[in-house]
Design a protein around this ligand. Structure first.
Ligand code: R5P
Length: 292
């Protein structure tokens, strides 16, 4: 206990100076709880307001896909360049050193593989998410599919659990083979995720009217990269998405399948955080790959 006899009288009340108010730096998230803001501030850089998330959760549905055959070799060199790691709990415990101290966006729903159609997905146990200190819970929402209701139920349940423990929910819009990946569909899917409690949303970029997708989603959007593109085109996609309102990327194949993955993630960072153009990002990529 402090010694009361020698305590100095309090006098510095700064009367007349109002207590500062702090608006949160991410769109639509002023009113979430402190723990959630703390976790979001680890995922998104408070200075740029953006994030470079490295996605390597593909194995949960695709098995050992190209670039992830030996995750233990391909992923560790990329970790230091990522703001956040998006992965399964299996990959996390197997190949990510806890000393990396990176926020984790945990793949929180599961239940389908490439061998079957999308099916009745389930959720992981929230205790396991707490145990691994997850910074976000990533849940798939398959809007317009046969299992739409089940996946929205999963999203709602995750948002409830996330609110209880201060963990953001990442709504991941899945695009079925039969659905068109256009702005009208993506805006619908993102909005449904946000209104059902997603703290931020992951979706795809579309060439026409993507700004309408970001404008009508009340919370931040990060984009997946999709299938591997030539590196200059992938950087162009990142730049356009950011210009049109995305708050960052959650990319996998265009990083770990690149000719030089470490150079590629650094180029993506330069475009995302440092205001570089796609061309400047590609020049950086070439410089970095040639110095290795
Ligand atoms: C796919 O199952 C995962 O959700 C991926 O995290 C997502 O598709 C992003 O990876 P990519 O940039 O390879 O599309």
């Amino acid at each position: 206990m402090p010694d009361n006899d020698t305590a100095k009288d309090a006098s510095d009340y700064a009367l007349g100076i109002p207590a500062p108010k702090h608006a949160f730096f991410l769109k639509g998230l002023d009113h979430v709880d402190w723990g959630m803001k703390d976790r979001l501030s680890r995922i998104f850089n408070p200075k740029s307001g953006r994030t470079v998330m490295l996605a390597f959760d593909h194995g949960y549905i695709m098995g050992p896909t190209s670039g992830l055959e030996r995750m233990d070799l391909s992923i560790p060199p990329l970790i230091e360049h990522a703001d956040c790691l998006m992965c399964t709990r299996g990959a996390l415990r197997s190949i990510v050193p806890p000393t990396a101290n990176k926020p984790i966006s945990l793949r929180y729903s599961a239940g389908s593989s490439v061998l079957t159609e999308l099916n009745n997905e389930c959720l992981l146990d929230i205790e396991d998410a707490l145990r691994i200190n997850a910074s976000a819970l990533a849940v798939m929402a398959a809007i317009g599919s046969k299992f739409e209701a089940k996946t929205i139920e999963n999203l709602v349940r995750t948002a409830d659990l996330g609110a209880r423990y201060g963990i953001p929910t990442l709504g991941v819009t899945a695009v079925g083979k039969e659905l068109t990946r256009d702005a009208r569909y993506l805006a619908l899917a993102c909005r449904i995720c946000a209104e059902n409690g997603a703290t931020f949303v992951k979706t795809y970029y579309c060439e026409t009217d993507f700004e309408k997708v970001t404008a009508t989603c009340p919370v931040p959007i990060v984009i997946a990269g999709g299938k591997k593109l030539p590196e200059n085109e992938a950087l162009e996609l990142v730049h356009k998405a950011l210009q049109e309102g995305a708050a960052g990327v959650d990319m996998g194949r265009n990083v770990f399948q690149a000719e030089h993955p470490v150079a590629m993630i650094q180029a993506i960072r330069a475009v995302t955080h440092d205001g570089r153009t796609a061309r400047e990002g590609f020049e950086l990529y070439q410089t970095l790959k040639n110095t290795r």
